[in-house]
Design a protein around this ligand. Structure first.
Ligand code: PHE
Length: 357
């Protein structure tokens, strides 16, 4: 009869299963060999304790055929004894080790490696940029990421309806044109100028936001270091020498450098600075668009309107300003070809900067 055969098969299966479980537990027990105190305790809980593996198996007895129970009981008792003996052995080896060495841990074993994080490449490069300028006497100034219209635009000689406002696609807060995510850290420079001390020699590192389509070359947020130096008789020559120094410290003495005239509403005259392409060595490649040069920063002499807006006498003082994207510098320095890597938090990418300085 089918039912009967099924029941027998189930019961026979249980005995086989039990024996198999017993042999699995035995080999697990054999795997324990250490003179460490917590290993012995771990063993006790795993096998001997009230919810240990051996006790658990006792529960399996009820599914064993009555005529097989004796055999099963003997096998289980043997297992229990085996586990207890092993436990005694482990405890003894712990106390032997303590006696021998004065402690239960082998201090000569190599330690477990702790996985340590790395600095983000953007932080590494920001710190380098800042420290180069600090050696020239610049100090660090910081400001808010949510800005008002005055500090981000108007004070910087970009009055309302100025077409140059479209140069930087802006994220407004709640569509209110009075508040925005800053589009550059020039806003920090305005805040600093308004404080009314002289001379001013600052760098402003920070995150900025622009409404751009995300691609290998652009992102809706990135990082800048901008700089500002105001005193009597600051000239364009000072600007050039400062930036020459910076670029050579950052990229090495052999780097090619050139200035090109440009336009920014807050500086006059304005320029952009290019360096020779580090990817192709100036021969031409897709990074430098086959020109051999890559733009790395914008700069110029602070526009007199900006000084006046911030309460600084533009007849007495002059100054220069510059601004660069940290991502661009990092990409050139480490030959990274996709800007999105910086914000994806892929550990395989980030771990490569473990030894970077
Ligand atoms: N603020 C400019 C930008 O974000 C950079 C810049 C700063 C240019 C200072 C000139 C002078 O693009």
């Amino acid at each position: 009869m089918p039912e009967k055969i099924n029941v027998c098969a189930y019961l026979r299966g249980s005995m086989d299963e039990l024996l198999e479980k017993i042999s699995r537990i035995r080999s697990e027990i054999d795997g324990f060999a250490s003179a460490e105190k917590d290993v012995a305790e771990h063993f006790r809980i795993r096998f001997i304790g009230s919810s240990g593996a051996v006790k658990n198996l006792m529960g399996d007895m009820k599914s064993i055929l009555p005529e097989k129970r004796k055999e099963a009981g003997l096998a289980l008792n043997a297992l229990k004894k085996y586990a207890e003996e092993k436990y005694t052995q482990l405890k003894e080896s712990v106390s032997a080790a303590v006696e021998e060495k004065g402690h239960s841990i082998d201090l000569t074993l190599p330690g477990n490696e702790l996985p340590v994080g790395t600095r983000h490449p953007i932080s590494i490069v920001r710190n380098r940029i800042v420290s180069i300028f600090q050696r020239l006497g610049f100090t660090v100034a910081e400001g808010p990421e949510v800005e008002d219209d005055w500090h981000n635009f108007t004070a910087l000689n970009l009055p309302e309806n100025h077409p140059a406002r479209d140069m930087q696609d802006t994220f407004y807060v709640n569509q209110d044109p009075a508040w925005m995510l800053r589009t550059h850290t020039s806003s920090v420079q305005v805040r600093e100028m308004e404080k009314g001390y002289m001379p001013i020699r600052i760098v402003c590192p920070g995150r900025v936001f622009r409404n751009e389509t995300i691609s290998a070359r652009a992102h809706c947020f990135f990082h800048q270091v901008e700089g500002l130096y105001i005193e009597e008789d600051v000239s364009f020559a000072d600007l050039k020498q400062t930036l020459y120094f910076f670029v050579r410290e950052m990229f090495g003495k052999d780097i090619g450098i050139r200035f090109r005239p440009s336009y920014f509403p807050f500086t006059e005259p304005s320029a952009e600075m290019d360096i020779s392409c580090l990817i192709c060595g100036g021969k031409g490649c897709n990074v430098c668009k086959y020109t051999g040069w890559v733009e790395i920063l914008g700069c110029g002499m602070v526009h007199p309107n900006v000084l006046d807006n911030c309460g600084i006498d533009s007849k007495k003082y002059t100054g220069f300003a510059f601004g660069m994207g940290i991502e661009r510098i990092t990409m050139l320095k480490y030959q990274i070809n996709d800007l999105r890597l910086f914000s994806e938090n892929d550990v395989r990418f980030l771990a490569q900067f473990r030894n970077a300085i």
